[in-house]
Design a binder for this molecule. Structure first.
Ligand SMILES: *[C@@H]1O[C@H](CO)[C@@H](O)[C@H](O)[C@H]1NC(C)=O
Ligand SMILES: *[C@@H]1O[C@H](CO)[C@@H](O)[C@H](O)[C@H]1NC(C)=O
Ligand SMILES: *[C@@H]1O[C@H](CO)[C@@H](O)[C@H](O)[C@H]1NC(C)=O
Length: 224
């Protein structure tokens, strides 16, 4: 049996009208293909944007869940080596540490900073006393062998103000040796609170200062 004409030329349009409408249909489907591809692209991009945003938010929340929580993030002591002065005057001397009247701590030699000690002493308020009434003045040699001594209110302000300056320059100049007092968040907060409260307390009150044993961070390389 002979196949019909249309079966021989199955893809040919039957007449001009249908040819035109097929052409229009082809344009429409090309356009809708572009449109649907674009939509897929937009939705996929949006999906990734949402996924990435939530992932970032989640990791931020993990480290910032309690306000100012500097937790276990990278800081200037990361990868640095810690030198210590032990726990007693005898141990500190054995380890070659020196008593720093500005820090009120024994410190390893690389962190004994004469320039800042001189800056601190310039205020002429630094004297230490054996009694709370600030009448029995101590010599430097007497200070370092004690567990504690008393200093004036002005000395405490001078200590905190000079520490702020020392801390700024140490971080600003990316110093290789950083004592454990300037990089101690708790000491910084103590000084900040002391200065905040300074105008409301009795300026005659003495500060009991405990002799401490600080460490010294030696940074191998800056921002490893
Ligand atoms: C600073 O970094 C060290 C080492 O990475 C870490 O042990 C220490 O907890 C960090 N300190 C703070 C206050 O985040
Ligand atoms: C200092 O002494 C305390 C106990 O008084 C001890 O827990 C600590 O490990 C000692 N630290 C050093 C560096 O010797
Ligand atoms: C400190 O001075 C006050 C009066 O100015 C006096 O009452 C007090 O006994 C003194 N304390 C000491 C430990 O000397």
């Amino acid at each position: 049996m002979m196949p019909s004409q249309s079966e021989h030329q199955p893809f040919l349009p039957k007449d001009a009208t249908s040819k035109e409408s097929d052409l229009a249909h082809t344009h429409r489907s090309a356009r809708s293909a572009i449109l649907s591809n674009s939509l897929v692209f937009v939705f996929t991009s949006l999906l990734w944007l949402i996924v990435v945003t939530f992932a970032l938010r989640a990791s931020e929340n993990k480290s910032e869940s309690t306000g100012i929580d500097h937790g276990h993030r990278h800081n200037v002591t990361t990868n640095a080596k810690l030198l210590t002065c032990g726990n007693s005057t005898a141990e500190a001397r054995d380890l070659g540490c020196k008593y720093d009247v500005f820090l009120n701590n024994w410190v390893p030699p690389p962190c004994y900073d004469e320039e800042w000690i001189a800056e601190y002493l310039e205020d002429n308020s630094w004297s230490a006393y054996a009694d709370e009434n600030l009448t029995q003045q101590l010599e430097l040699e007497q200070m370092e062998d004690r567990d504690f001594y008393y200093t004036s209110f002005r000395d405490h302000i001078n200590h905190c103000a000079t520490m702020w300056n020392k801390q700024f320059w140490a971080l600003y100049e990316e110093r290789m040796a950083l004592d454990t007092v300037i990089v101690n968040p708790a000491h910084t907060e103590h000084c900040a609170q002391f200065l905040r409260d300074a105008s409301e307390v009795n300026a005659n009150q003495a500060t009991k200062t405990n002799v401490g044993f600080a460490g010294c961070w030696i940074r191998a390389r800056i921002y490893q």
